[in-house]
Design a protein around this ligand. Sequence first.
Ligand SMILES: C[S@@+](CC[C@H](N)C(=O)[O-])C[C@H]1O[C@@H](n2cnc3c(N)ncnc32)[C@H](O)[C@@H]1O
Length: 234
Amino acid sequence: MRIDILTVFPEMFRGFLGESILSRAGRAGKVFIRTVDLRDFARDRRRTVDDKPYSGGPGMLLKADVWIDAIETVRTPGCRVIMTSPSGVAYTQRKAEEYSSCDHLIFLCGHYEGFDERIRTLVTDEISMGDFVLTGGEIPVAAMIDSIVRLLPGVLGGGAEATANESFGADGMLEAPQYTRPPEFRGMRVPEILMNGDHAKVAAWRKRQAIDLTTRRRPDLIEMGGTFAIGENP
Ligand SMILES: C[S@@+](CC[C@H](N)C(=O)[O-])C[C@H]1O[C@@H](n2cnc3c(N)ncnc32)[C@H](O)[C@@H]1O
C-alpha cells in the first residue's frame, strides 16, 4: 500500500511515522508512507498556500490552485483522495477496513478555515473524526493511518484474529474485559472462568461480557446489527 499525506506541516508526522508499528510496517515493506509539503506547489516566492475568503470573515482558506496541482501530481488511477473535514462522514472501523484494501490513499490535511470549495472536485471521500473542530487535519490523518496500517496483513502479530476479536471487529461489538497476571491484585481477582483453561466457556463468557458492555455503553452498535449470543448464558 502507498499513502501520500498532503500537508502544510509535514514535520508534524516525523515522530508519528518514525515509531512503533508504523515504522516497522514501513521497514518490512508493508506500506510506503510519505508526506508531501504543500508549499512545494505554491506559485510565488513566499510559498503561499492560503488566501482571504471572498465571503469575508476571519481566517484564511487553502488555495484551490496549489492543492489541485499537488493532488494531480501525486494521484494514480483508482486512488482514493480523502479530505479531512468536520462536515465529512464519520470515520469508523468499517472505513478503516475498506481503506486497508486500497492500493493508494491520498490524505488532505486542512488547516486555517479549511479548503477552497473547488478542491472538492478531486476528492473521492470526505471524512470527519467527530463532532468537534480541530486546528488541522494532521491528527485525524495520523489516527486514520494508524487504524488502517494495523489491519494490513502481517503488520500485527496474531494475524487477522488479532483485529477480528477487538472492539468493532467481526461481531461489531465492544471488546470484553481482559486480564493478565497477577491473578489477584489489591483484592481484585481475575474471573475464575478465564483461568480454568476451558476455551468454550471462556468464549461464551467473553461474548456475554461483550454484549453487556455494548448494550450499556453503545446500544447504537447493537441496533446497527451487532450479533447477539445464542445458547446458554454461563
Ligand atoms: C479549523 S478547521 C476548519 C473548520 C471549518 N471552517 C468548518 O467550520 O467546518 C481546519 C481543518 O482541520 C481539519 N479538521 C478540523 N476538525 C476536524 C474533524 N472533526 N474531522 C476531520 N478533520 C477536521 C480539517 O482538515 C479542516 O479543514
